[in-house]
Design a binder for this molecule. Sequence first.
Ligand code: PEP
Ligand code: MG
Length: 563
Amino acid sequence: MNTLTGVGVSPGVGVGPAHVLAYEAIVPAPGSRHGGTAEDAAAELALAGRALERVAADLEGRGARAGGEAGEILAAQAMMARDPGLADGVATLVGAGTSAARAVYEAFGHYRDLLAAAGGYLGERVADLDDIRDRAIAVIEDRPLPGVPEGTGEPYVLVARDLAPADTALLSPDVVAAFVTEQGGPTSHTAILARAMGVPAVVACPGATSIAQGTPVLVDGASGLVRPAPSDDEVTEARNAAAAREAVLASATGPGTTADGHAVPLLANIGGPRDVAAALEHGAEGVGLYRTEFLFLDRAEAPSAAEQEAAYLEVLDAFPGGRVTVRTLDAGADKPLAFLPPGAHEPNPALGERGLRLFRTHPEIMDTQLAALAAAAARSSARLQVMAPMVATAEEAAWFADACDAAGLPSAGVMVEIPSAALRASDLAVRAGFLSVGTNDLAQYALAADRQLGALTGLQDAWQPALLDLVALAAAGAAERGRPCGVCGEAAADPALACVFVGLGVTSLSMSAPALPAVRAALSRHTRQQCHLAADAARAASSPEAARAEARSHLPGLAGLAL
Ligand code: PEP
Ligand code: MG
């Protein structure tokens, strides 16, 4: 079998026999109904309630045994299982005649769709929900629960379509040599727990579950390579390369700078207070993007000012004296919110009333959020910056900056996610105090390629020369007004692209925390001049592949990092 490639999310090299989890979740048939009488309904409802409670108690019990980060994650999952909104959903369905198992399946479906549509950190919570659902249905149907072997012999490589925290929380490096999953991303709980446990992990690795049970597997949690049946030489080589790479990464510490001392602050993208620990662990100098949608999700109405203030303060307090950039609510399209639907039916929500545009029709939601942010900032020594998503024009930027001024917020900026904003960046920067390029959406709009469509990944490639041109325009427009311009899209996590962005004039980089050490090391090994040359070469190319290759030819330090 050939080497498989995924995303390395917990560094190190692990070798062991594959243990492939083949649990197939039960899907109760659509339309499955109970007997139909009031007694039947009461009995089914009680059955569903007991199942959800048993799952919650089991998760809590495992959490208490695991302790630490795993304990917190499982306690949060137990709360999801006891969610009153979910119980109401089950009761409504059972009341209308649906069987307990199907009602649980459908009630979870609603939350699942919301999270999946949000993508990123929120999207990765879908696996946690699915796990609760599958466990509850197994209890209702009296079938065995999903689980992993305790492991007595040689540590194994645990391979699965996806893993739930309940599966992994009680494992240790004596039992498991590495994790490999076909699904999941850098902020999935598999990734978080693997890092906390110090076990190498690769996620988003297609084909992994077709590895035969018991086959020896080599897993490189940094490069994302998974090699079935490796030779002894391959194992030695991978271990040596990993050790060398770790040494290089560990040697680059402190604030981000190029080899010739040009400072490029390295910041973290977070979804809430829960991500702060990882940001600090990886040396984030602050937060470059706090996605506040998480607070608003799954609500009948917006969270109160007091609740918002507490969440913002918790993040601000983690970075005393540092910079924390909070993005105001970015609802709509790929981040739908139940209580904030667009005004009319939209055939094309990505081009609809979303992001800042929704604040125009619901100014009270913006005012509450800005007031909560101002109140949190007043109680913290962190430097709060607030920015608006999906800004298209200078007029919108000015409108938002005025609202921030009125709320007493010291620093208001805008995201550059729409080509018009990049093209007219210097107009936006008249009132916006800083710009932050969101490459995920900027690529989507520049290449007319839906970010949620896997089939269009090639067009979403951040090395597309057209996208690089837009980033260059945004940085130049900001510089014309003496304003900083960062990048906070996922592209900043690519060490080579990070160097190119610096060469294009970008002044700070924000990314998911685990990517910080490699980007810090890549910058420290190249001068600003090398970054300029790499950027010029990438922009002169006419395809993403050529742009990547041309840029890398000016960035020799990447080879030493095995990147
Ligand atoms: C982006 O669009 O690049 C971005 C950072 O915002 P989000 O991914 O949350 O849409
Ligand atoms: Mg965006």
